[in-house]
Design a protein around this ligand. Structure first.
Ligand code: ZN
Length: 121
């Protein structure tokens, strides 16, 4: 299960962040692009299962879905999409160059007492 190993990486990172700041993680946000092939519901349930008996128990994982951006090789138009199958919004071509959408990145962690701390994964 793809989501499970990704969730365990996120959990590992958050535990080390919590230790570094000596605070409790309340919530974390990950940016997920459609090309990462992540199912958000599976990622959050894997996260909950993995954090059960850890210092992260009870914390929440928020998923921020980011779009694919692609440039058409035929007409040069830029298209955004939330599905991994993109066609050009201008000419309908499937000949596109994907610029982004592979994101799978921990973008922030909310720690108790200190508010929000930006934390790159
Ligand atoms: Zn086009």
């Amino acid at each position: 299960m793809h989501e499970f190993s990704i969730a365990s990486n996120i959990v590992r990172t958050l535990i080390s962040v919590a230790e570094e700041y000596d605070q409790q993680v309340v919530a974390a946000t990950v940016a997920v692009g459609p090309m990462s092939m992540i199912v958000p519901d599976l990622l959050t349930s894997a996260y909950q299962a993995l954090t059960e008996d850890t210092p992260l128990a009870g914390s929440e994982l928020h998923i921020q879905q980011v779009p694919i951006t692609a440039v058409c090789n035929e007409c040069g138009a830029e298209t955004e999409a939330y599905e991994p199958f993109v066609e050009c919004s201008e000419c309908g071509s499937l000949n596109l160059k994907i610029k982004s959408g592979y994101e799978l990145q921990l973008i922030s962690a909310e720690l108790r007492e200190s508010g929000e701390i930006m934390q790159k994964a």
